[in-house]
Each structure stands twice: as structure tokens, then as C-alpha cells.
Design a binder for this molecule. Structure first.
Ligand code: CP3
Length: 344
């Protein structure tokens, strides 16, 4: 194990230590008054495209809380603009001209990270140079199927029926689109690692909509290639978040990521039973516990810590993004409680 690694990186690389590292999905965002103050002056897309602003927002939660990692302030949809997609946020992503035909699918171009997303890599360099060396910087991208969902649907949806139908009606165009997204996101994450990200994460927010067979045939081989391509270029832990993937757990563990992140419907102890003790897990407190009294919140955290103890290593997180009405003082309590209760 190389010296000088952060607590987070040690866990992500499979070393069990104390205390358990903790960070929070969507830790930079609207539940923080300082984020809302900044957003009154600048829209979301501009904030993500201005490296100084993106870096400042990334560091906001790091100044308030004793978090072990910063995740770069951006969005999974950001790189799609460079690929030829026009995009707006309201507040979720909206694509006014979604991909609904093979000919539209063919108009998208592969991402050139240097040309299309220099603001992201610059923001990462800025954060890495400003953040203390005992804290990690996490870069991220959307996983191919999740980006495919938004690209075809044109925005958020309960069931992404347009996207799932496209997968069945136009299998070749869908495969082309997924491949293009996979290749592009591998390049994107490699560029993020090269500019200072200590780890990279793939968010598969909608993969739970797929049955295990479809996942195995149409998504898993691509994800395996994405992870292998990143690993061939940079020595950085890769985290894979299979949201809603309780029924895909065994498949998701075969992606080749160093860390498997799961939502709160998968008890970590059950994940260990199913996957064995060699897998590093990230997660998975239900974000709604942040609205409970402290005794309830504290014991829910204790439960996640004790269930995570059987894994190769554990990175504490929520099971999904923090809700925008969460009280920041509850987050401070959570972070300190995780560290205190896992200190020895
Ligand atoms: O702090 C962090 O986690 C880093 C920044 C980050 C954002 N989005 C900022 C954001 C990250 C990692 C994301 C990932 C993301 N974006 C995902 C994957 C994770 C997940 O939640 O499953 C998805 C599906 C998206 C797409 C997206 N972007 C949605 C659905 C929304 C609107 C809903 C919401 O939570 O507000 C966004 C907008 C967005 N992305 C905001 C932020 C802070 C709110 C924008 C604003 O300020 O109005």
C-alpha cells in the first residue's frame, strides 16, 4: 500500500482501517445556504462551467464538515453537450431534442475531454491544489445506461419507458449509443484522474430498471470495458453505484470496480453474504434518517457501520443523494458520529 494515501483511498483500495471514511452523495448543493446564496447570482450550468466557481462550490461542504472526500461539482449530463446534445436544467436535466431514431443516434460525436470539458479538469486541478492532502478528490461520470436513459427520454422519468422501448425497438442504434457513451465516459474519467482526481465514480442511477438478463447481455460487458480502459491508463480506484440494483448485485460486482456503492434497500450485511468478504462497499444510509431525531439517526448510522464491518472495507455514505431540505447540522452530526463510532 503506497504511503501518503488518504483514509478514503485506503478504504477504496481494500484496506480496512479506522475510522471509517465518510462522504455524502450531493454534498455540494441546495441544502447548503452558502450554495443557495451563490446560485442566486449564477445559473447551474454556468456554475459548472466556471472552474473557479465549481471549485468553490466543491469546497463548501469541506469547509463545514469533516468529510474525507470532495466530489467535484458538476453533473452527469455536462459532458453530453460536447458530444453534440443541447441541454438545459429545470432543475433536472432537459434535452429538448432527444434521440428517438437511429439517424439521430449517429449524429452524436465521441467526447474529446481536452476540447469539450476543459472546465471540469481545471476545476479538479484547482480543488486538488486547494484541498488538504489528507482529503481525497472524487471525479465522476454517468454510467452509459443512465446517460442513455436521459438522452432518449429527454428528461427525468419514473420508468424511462421511451428509453427502454428504444433499447428493444432499435437494438443496433441503442448498442451504438451505449458504446459511444462508454468510450466517451472512459476518456472523461481518465482525463479527470490525470488532472488530479484521486478516485472516479460511475453513477448508474437508473440501472435498476433493467432485468438481470438484459443487464448481463447489454450493459455489463460495456461497463467491464469502461473500467478496464480507465484502469489501463490510470491507477485510481473506480466506484460503481448501481442504484436500485438489489436484483443485479452479483452482476454489478463483476463490473471490475474497486468499490460497489449500493442504495439503502440492500443491507450491507446481505451484500457481504451474497458477494463475499473481498468486496469493498460504499453506502448506504437512507437519506430520510437525516430528518429523524439524533438518537434514531445515531443508531441507524451504527447499524450501517456494523453491517459494513464484514466487508473488505467500507466507505460510509448515504444510499442516494442528500435531500435539499436537509438541515446541515444533521450532516455535521452524521459525519462526526461516523468517525467517532468507528474510531477503533
Ligand atoms: O455534490 C455532488 O454530489 C456533486 C455534484 C453532482 C450533481 N449532480 C450536482 C447537481 C453530482 C454527482 C450529480 C450527479 C447526478 N445528476 C446524477 C447521479 C446521481 C443520482 O442522483 O442518482 C443524476 C441522475 C443527475 C441528474 C440531475 N441533475 C438531476 C435529476 C437534477 C435535478 C434534481 C436535483 O437533485 O436537484 C440535477 C441538477 C443538479 N445536479 C443540482 C445539483 C447541485 C441542482 C441544481 C440547482 O442548483 O438547481
Amino acid at each position: 500500500m503506497p504511503d501518503g494515501l488518504t483514509l478514503f483511498e485506503r478504504a477504496a483500495r481494500g484496506e480496512r482501517g479506522h475510522p471509517t471514511p465518510v462522504w455524502i452523495m450531493r454534498q455540494a448543493g441546495r441544502y447548503l445556504p452558502e450554495y443557495r446564496a451563490l446560485r442566486r447570482k449564477v445559473d447551474f450550468l454556468t456554475a459548472t462551467k466556471t472552474p473557479e466557481l465549481a471549485a468553490r462550490i466543491t469546497l463548501q461542504p469541506m469547509e463545514r464538515f469533516d468529510l474525507d472526500a470532495a466530489i467535484i461539482f458538476s453533473d452527469i449530463m455536462t459532458p453530453l453537450e460536447g458530444m453534440g446534445v443541447s441541454l438545459r436544467f429545470a432543475p433536472g436535466p432537459v434535452i429538448d431534442d432527444p434521440v428517438r431514431s437511429p439517424s439521430q443516434a449517429r449524429t452524436l460525436r465521441p467526447l474529446d475531454a481536452e476540447e469539450h470539458v476543459p472546465f471540469v479538469t481545471e476545476a479538479i486541478s484547482l480543488v486538488r491544489s486547494e484541498l488538504s492532502h489528507d482529503r481525497a478528490v472524487i471525479g465522476f461520470a454517468g454510467a452509459p445506461f443512465t446517460l442513455f436513459c436521459y438522452l432518449v427520454e429527454g428528461g427525468g422519468s419514473k420508468d424511462f419507458m421511451e428509453a427502454r422501448s428504444f433499447l428493444r425497438a432499435e437494438p443496433e442504434a441503442a448498442a451504438h449509443l451505449l458504446e459511444l457513451l462508454g468510450t466517451s465516459m472512459a476518456r472523461y474519467l481518465t482525463a479527470q484522474a490525470r488532472s488530479g482526481a484521486d478516485a472516479v465514480m460511475l453513477f448508474d442511477s437508473w440501472v435498476g430498471l433493467l432485468d438481470a438478463g438484459t443487464y448481463r447481455r447489454r450493459v455489463l460487458p460495456l461497463l467491464q470495458r469502461v473500467v478496464a480502459d480507465i484502469k489501463a491508463e490510470v491507477d485510481r480506484p473506480v466506484i460503481y453505484f448501481a442504484n436500485g440494483g438489489n436484483h443485479l448485485l452479483e452482476e454489478a460486482a463483476r463490473v471490475g470496480a474497486d468499490v460497489l456503492a449500493v442504495d439503502w434497500t440492500v443491507p450491507l450485511s446481505l451484500a457481504v453474504d451474497r458477494l463475499g468478504t473481498a468486496t469493498v462497499l460504499q453506502g448506504n444510509l437512507d437519506p430520510s434518517y437525516l430528518f429523524a431525531d439524533r438518537a434514531t439517526l445515531g443508531s441507524a448510522i451504527d447499524r450501517v457501520l456494523s453491517e459494513g464491518a464484514a466487508a473488505a472495507a467500507h466507505v460510509f455514505n448515504l444510499g442516494h443523494g442528500i435531500h435539499r431540505t436537509t438541515d446541515p447540522d444533521q450532516v455535521a452530526f452524521l459525519v462526526d458520529w461516523v468517525h467517532e463510532r468507528s474510531a477503533t
